[in-house]
Write a protein that binds this ligand. Structure first.
Ligand SMILES: [Zn+2]
Length: 84
């Protein structure tokens, strides 16, 4: 009887892990120049919070300014200095 309960929980854990991994891949797309997501950082639009400014200074994200369009680039490659 116990086995029946454990199996769905196990499957649920796998699904949750898979979803998390898919989200991480989605947030770090491949650079069109170097074909890797290693140097990819997100571009933040709008007025940045103090923590965002500190993260930008550390090179963890890039500040994109106040104007955002539907086709604005969402990521930046630190190696190739290219937004995409
Ligand atoms: Zn690149």
């Amino acid at each position: 009887m116990k086995k029946i309960i454990v199996l769905p929980l196990f499957l649920l854990t796998i699904c949750a892990f898979g979803q998390k991994k898919a989200d991480q891949v989605a947030t770090r797309p491949v650079c069109p120049v170097c074909k890797t997501s290693k140097n990819s950082i997100p571009i933040l639009y709008g007025r940045p919070a103090a923590i965002a400014v500190r993260r930008a200074e550390k090179g963890e994200l890039r500040l994109g300014g106040c104007v955002i369009n539907p086709d604005s680039p969402r990521h930046y490659c630190k190696k190739d200095h290219r937004s995409y």
